[in-house]
Design a binder for this molecule. Structure first.
Ligand SMILES: N[C@@H](CCC[C@H](N)C(=O)O)C(=O)O
Length: 280
């Protein structure tokens, strides 16, 4: 017997792609089992995505009792492609906000509040249709080491709600095909890490590749672009308020580190498909 179909959407932000699962009252997906997420994200047997964004009311969230999702009507329940949970997704939150707007679930013309495991993110729509997210305050931590095969690089530990290691390299190809997760210090990153490899392109302009915890190499990472921008600005001793242009394989994101120590990230969001599936 075929199982009950449930609705999905597909979207991306600078080609970091997501399956969205509308589950407003939390009654469709229960605890959202990791196996279902993996089935949806599978690029051959499933819909294919870097991650899943469950669209749920904060009031329906099981984790609410632990103080998560208390300050917004809507919550972005983010999962990596391997089914693991992460605190935040910078590209996902723009796609999520666009979906809320398009469905009339939030009022047009007002900032959109999206709950995440890293607190509420406020998203605004720019006149050109791009979305800007207040990504909060970064934590620039110590240097650490990342490795790929025999090669190793010094990296800056940056926490932007989720963990990152930012390594400056001579050439983006130096990191190789990134089929496996880069090596890292488990004492520094007990829950794993997202690793960015960065080269300079010009003043306040960098390019990066990323290997994401739980998803592998992706074509873009919004939290990663923020980590890269603040690590680079710190190296540059740049005054606050400067905008960094971050090129990724899937597009370009702009990140401004403000006088009041917040990261404002601007980029596109696109919804490409609506349907129903029985996967998982
Ligand atoms: N692609 C995302 C980050 C998703 C979470 C990450 N893989 C983690 O496990 O922390 C982004 O755009 O920020």
């Amino acid at each position: 017997m075929r199982s009950q179909p449930y609705p999905f959407l597909k979207g991306h932000g600078t080609q970091n792609d997501f399956v969205l699962l509308p589950d407003h009252e939390g009654q469709v997906h229960g605890s959202l089992p990791a196996g279902r997420v993996r089935a949806l994200c599978d690029r051959r047997a499933g819909l294919g995505a870097d991650g899943v964004l469950r669209v749920i009311r904060s009031s329906a969230l099981a984790e609410r009792e632990a103080g998560i999702g208390v300050d917004s009507e809507w919550f972005m329940d983010y999962r990596n492609a391997d089914g693991s949970v992460s605190e935040m997704c910078g590209n996902g939150v723009r796609v999520f906000a666009l979906h809320l707007l398009e469905e009339g679930l939030v009022p047009a013309g007002e900032p959109i509040r999206v709950g995440s495991r890293d607190g509420v993110k406020v998203v605004t729509v720019e006149p050109d249709g791009q979305l800007t997210v207040d990504m909060g305050t970064p934590r620039l931590l110590d240097e650490t080491t990342v490795t790929v095969g025999e090669r190793s690089w010094t990296a800056r530990h940056v926490d932007v709600g989720n963990p990152h290691a930012v390594a400056f390299v001579d050439d983006l190809a130096d990191a190789g095909p990134l089929t496996d997760a880069p090596g890292h210090d488990p004492a520094v990153y007990p829950a794993g890490v997202n690793v960015e490899f960065v080269v300079r392109r010009g003043p306040r302009h960098v390019a990066m590749r990323v290997h994401e915890r739980g998803s592998g190499e992706t074509r873009s990472c919004g939290t990663g672009a923020c980590a890269v921008a603040v690590a680079t600005a710190d190296l540059d001793d740049a005054p606050r308020g400067e905008t960094y242009t971050v090129d990724l394989p899937g597009g370009t994101l702009l990140v401004r580190w403000t006088d009041d120590d917040r990261m404002l990230m601007t980029g596109p969001a696109v919804l490409v498909a609506w349907g129903a599936t029985t996967l998982g």
